[in-house]
Design a protein around this ligand. Structure first.
Ligand SMILES: Cc1ncc(COP(=O)(O)O)c(C=O)c1O
Length: 381
């Protein structure tokens, strides 16, 4: 049984608000206490959470049912059915004689609007299971101020009842942007380090210098890329190849972990094409290293396109935003400007240039990332 003691002011606020709260506020308050069975409000009042009810118990006055609670989200919920596949229609595809399918991994999520979705779900799933089975109570990871990964770790930790720490690259620049604001609301402790210090994040003395005991935290690397992340992404490949494998699978790349996981499971059955969201040629080497380190050096049916980064990470030009807007109007679902927008822009451009043979079926993976749109709009209007 897990219980939490609220400070006097939180206790008073909850005691006052909960019995009269409307459904939305109750749900919000309930979510703050996911993974918690008893909330002690001072010495006489307790809120008990069961799978279906929220009960306020006053030692003198007895119990009172104050809300129906949603079922507890447990670690088993990380097992989900295969994400859906959607066919894209359009004149460019007809002209090129191609089928373009989208693996809607953005719909692999905890709830609508979740940051914990898409390739974050795939990459974190086995890390969360490992943290749980090894008895860790705290997750720690790293990222930039707009990191999809940090946002996903914060949400996963919140939902599953872990504490979380996010080491943020760069100085704090109040007010918090939407990504960090939400992470903080979900209980993530944010620690800012300078860019120079951040570069040393994998060194043994880094966390102790911040006053953190490494052994007390389940540490997930930047971008979530490690062997367990690859294992999660292998499940994405298995879902895709359970039916007729396409002639090419396309995916956006940052650290290359998602691509490496896919490639390691495809074992050459169909080629994978990564679209780098970052400037430079380092990704080729990085994916090769990830494959080799995990015993898949022989998997070589893949390539990385570096032509559609629009100047680098989070860089853009108006034609990218125009494309994304048109895409949403035509297809009915959104892309993000950092990863999936560039992937689809690049794919459509290659299709127009005749890169794929007529009759081919291409499958693009929608890896999520929509949490970043608010921060992008705040920065660039
Ligand atoms: C939405 C989205 N798609 C794709 C990627 C690229 O994934 P990877 O770092 O595994 O290459 C990221 C990376 O963080 C992402 O947030």
């Amino acid at each position: 049984m897990c219980f939490v003691r609220c400070g006097r002011s939180t206790g008073k606020r909850l005691r006052r608000k909960l019995p009269s709260a409307d459904q939305r506020l109750r749900r919000k308050l309930l979510r703050q206490f996911i993974g918690i069975d008893v909330i002690c409000l001072g010495s006489k009042n307790f809120i008990f959470k069961t799978n279906s009810f929220l009960i306020l118990k006053n030692q003198a006055r007895g119990s009172k049912l104050i809300a129906r609670s949603s079922p507890r989200f447990t670690i088993d919920t990380l097992e989900r059915p295969a994400s859906p596949v959607q066919e894209i229609r359009g004149g460019a595809l007809d002209a090129a004689g191609l089928r373009l399918l989208v693996k809607r991994d953005d719909l692999l999520r905890w709830e609508e609007g979740s940051a914990f979705c898409g390739n974050k779900w795939r990459k974190l799933k086995y890390n969360l299971l490992a943290a749980h089975s090894q008895g860790f109570r705290r997750l720690l990871s790293f990222g930039g101020a707009y990191s999809n990964h940090l946002a996903a770790v914060a949400e996963a930790a919140h939902v599953l009842g872990f504490e979380s720490i996010g080491i943020v690259r760069g100085e704090a620049t109040p007010p918090l942007n939407p990504t960090l604001q939400r992470a903080q609301e979900q209980g993530m402790q944010l620690l800012y380090v300078s860019r120079e210090t951040y570069r040393e994040k994998t060194e043994a003395g880094f966390l102790p210098a911040l006053g953190i005991q490494p052994a007390a935290c389940y540490v997930i690397p930047e971008g979530g890329t490690n062997s367990l992340a690859l294992a999660g992404c292998r499940e994405l490949a298995a879902e895709i190849t359970a039916f007729d494998p396409p002639d090419c699978i396309a995916v956006a790349c940052g650290t290359g972990g998602t691509l490496a996981g896919l490639v390691s499971s495809l074992e050459g059955r169909c080629p994978a094409l990564g679209f780098s969201a970052l400037k430079g040629d380092f990704l080729q080497e990085e994916v090769r290293r990830l494959l080799a380190e995990n015993g898949y050096a022989h998997c070589d049916n893949w390539a990385i396109n570096t032509e559609y980064h629009f100047g680098g990470y989070a860089k853009w030009r108006p034609e990218l935003l125009d494309f994304m807007q048109q895409f949403k109007a035509d297809q009915g679902f959104a892309l993000d400007p950092i990863y999936t927008g560039k992937l689809f822009y690049g794919l459509f451009d290659l299709i127009k240039k005749g890169h794929f043979p007529r009759g081919a079926t291409v499958m693009a993976v929608h890896t999520g990332g929509l949490q970043g749109v608010a921060g992008f709009e705040q920065r660039y209007g």
